[in-house]
Design a binder for this molecule. Sequence first.
Ligand SMILES: NC(=O)c1ccc[n+]([C@@H]2O[C@H](COP(=O)([O-])OP(=O)(O)OC[C@H]3O[C@@H](n4cnc5c(N)ncnc54)[C@H](O)[C@@H]3O)[C@@H](O)[C@H]2O)c1
Length: 257
Amino acid sequence: MPQRLQGKTAVITGAAGGIGSAMSRLFAQEGCAVALADINDEAGEKVAEEIRSAGGAALYRHADISRPAQVRDLFQETAGRFGGLDILVNNAIFSAGDGAIAEEDDEVFDRTIEVCLKGPYLCTKHALPLLKARGGGSIITLSSVNALFAFGETAYTAAKGGLISMMRLVAADYGEWNIRSNVICPGTIATKTCMDYWERFPAGFAKLLDMYPLKRIGKPMEVAQYALFLASDESSFVTGSVCVVDGGLLAGRKFEF
Ligand SMILES: NC(=O)c1ccc[n+]([C@@H]2O[C@H](COP(=O)([O-])OP(=O)(O)OC[C@H]3O[C@@H](n4cnc5c(N)ncnc54)[C@H](O)[C@@H]3O)[C@@H](O)[C@H]2O)c1
């Protein structure tokens, strides 16, 4: 069976994390050369090394996506090493917010917007000329169900909502370059960050599970599989879409009479 991303190159931000590392491994298994970007160098190098040991092509680069010079270097190095770029995955996040707006810390708010909204802006800006030079490409941006219903921390939720508007605009503005831009909104996914958070609120976690029609939360690979579809040519007519991968959370619960 042919590999679904054979001959393609991707930059994946936040690649040391739960969903980012799952996407990096899956894309590499499907023949994609992957440039992993993160600020957690030890974990990022480990994922890249694992991919290379399994016969894949991977490099790791330290890149704080809120810093323009580091983002520029990441894309230059990736194109230099792998000969171009076909796929960008905007996945990295910073999240330390406290919840409702009255309790939000101003510095945390600024840093969250810097990483979660300005970061994808910078990465997309640097990716576009490289994708154009290849005759097209796919940009996948991780938002959240938080952007679609009232739930979560103020700055994170605001950034995730902003991403939907920004990345739809990218679809409209750069479709004529054969560049597709799609957003994935995951529900709760069992990454370390997410589980560490919910461990503090066991009763809340039980209530959360009950809100899911499937009565469970998702796995990083279940998001990665959707991202693989959007990265591959199988989704060649899909752009500007907001794709929910949420175990039915937004569909709502069964009504009990
Ligand atoms: N896990 C969930 O429940 C869930 C739900 C909805 C949406 N999402 C979205 O999925 C994506 C991945 O989430 P995750 O749970 O895998 O997160 P994670 O915390 O496991 O990974 C995030 C990664 O981003 C890196 N990072 C932090 N700041 C950075 C910066 N300035 N520059 C570069 N890298 C930086 C971290 O080091 C980490 O490796 C995020 O966009 C998140 O908002 C996750």
